[in-house]
Design a protein around this ligand. Structure first.
Ligand SMILES: [Zn+2]
Length: 347
């Protein structure tokens, strides 16, 4: 298993490895938002717990400990996060998407703070000896989410740390932390990658207009990618929504709305959709958009095979000119009208 660290984190990793064997009880990783500090902290935790780490300090990825850490079930590992982050994870699971959100959420909104009970729960964890006779690691993020009571409770734990215990605090707002807490930690800054490195990485993630997004997000590459993905995801939903029940009139409206969406993206969404309709028609299988199985089924029934093949062919031809369309909006209109003309879903 290769390290999940981002390219701009390699030198910070080498720096922190210089502490090897002399780990302080508490490390404070801090730096700007959107650069991957949490990934770094969790990987450091896994590497400290790994039973057969590599020479460069990275976790092996194959031992029992590594397996447990990746499942968040290692008996000597704890994460302290605000409750709201736990529920975000649950909702990020696409299989959960069908469950109404109101049913997932309890009547009380999940807390944005790390509360004292979460810190108190650590004392039981720290009072027994470690299960694997190795380190015991507690990752806390974002550390500034700890309220005052929680911070004071943590301060006590830091004053009497158990043997082999390492706290890793992660913060994008070190000024919001209790100064006494900060002074108990070995500070370790993680810095913003250079613009060149960030742009190269974003390009690898198929991010369009990376320089614009990066500038909007103050140079933070993960924040830029997140912004890109959330915007394009909504555009994709709108586009697919239309493909489910196409007609010429809404085709023009959608073309106007999506005229700023990169054409290569639109064409790839169309291609995937057509592929799914085609595949469902022939084999009953859906590869890209299983969440729209019902709609794909309807379209597949309504569309003749020759019409489908014509659309696939037209789409492939457009792909060739997609990077530099002369009139993007007209091209989107053409794509959608072509599709609407060749599909007659019955309702
Ligand atoms: Zn390992």
């Amino acid at each position: 298993m290769s390290s999940p660290l981002y390219p701009w984190q390699q030198s910070a990793w080498q720096q922190i490895q210089k502490m090897n064997g002399r780990w302080p009880h508490a490390i404070l990783l801090h730096g700007p938002r959107g650069i991957g500090k949490t990934v770094f902290a969790e990987w450091l935790a896994q590497s400290l717990l790994c039973e057969t780490p590599l020479v460069d300090g990275h976790a092996c990825g194959g031992c029992v400990s590594c397996g447990w850490v990746s499942q968040y079930s290692h008996p000597d590992y704890r994460r302290l996060r605000p409750e709201i982050l736990e529920s975000d994870d649950a909702q990020a699971d696409p299989d959960e998407a069908a469950t109404p959100k109101s049913a997932v959420k309890a009547s009380k909104a999940p807390s944005r703070e790390i509360v004292i009970n979460q810190v108190r729960a650590l004392s039981d964890f720290m009072s027994i000896s470690t299960h694997r006779q190795g380190a015991r690691v507690i990752v806390i993020y974002p550390a500034e989410a700890m309220n005052v009571a929680a911070s004071n409770a943590l301060l006590k734990s830091l004053e009497e740390p158990g043997p082999n215990t390492v706290f890793i605090l992660v913060s994008s707002g070190i000024d919001a932390l209790l100064p006494t807490l900060v002074s108990r930690c070995r500070q370790f800054p993680l810095s913003m990658p250079s613009r060149e490195i960030a742009l190269a990485w974003l390009a690898q993630q198929d991010c369009h207009k990376p320089d614009q997004l990066l500038a909007e997000q103050g140079g933070a590459p993960l924040a830029a990618l997140e912004a890109f993905q959330s915007e394009t995801f909504q555009q994709q939903e709108e586009f697919l929504m239309h493909l489910r029940r196409p007609d010429s009139e809404t085709a023009l409206k959608i073309a106007e709305k999506l005229q700023k969406t990169p054409i290569p993206l639109l064409i790839s969404w169309m291609q995937r959709w057509l592929y799914d309709v085609f595949s469902f028609k022939l084999t009953g299988k859906i590869r890209y958009y299983p969440r729209y199985q019902k709609e794909i089924d309807q379209v597949a029934q309504a569309m003749s095979l020759p019409a489908l093949l014509t659309l696939l062919e037209n789409n492939a031809e457009r792909k060739a000119v997609a990077d530099h369309p002369l009139a993007p909006r007209l091209l989107i209109e053409e794509i959608l009208l072509d599709y609407a003309g060749l599909s007659q879903p019955h309702n």
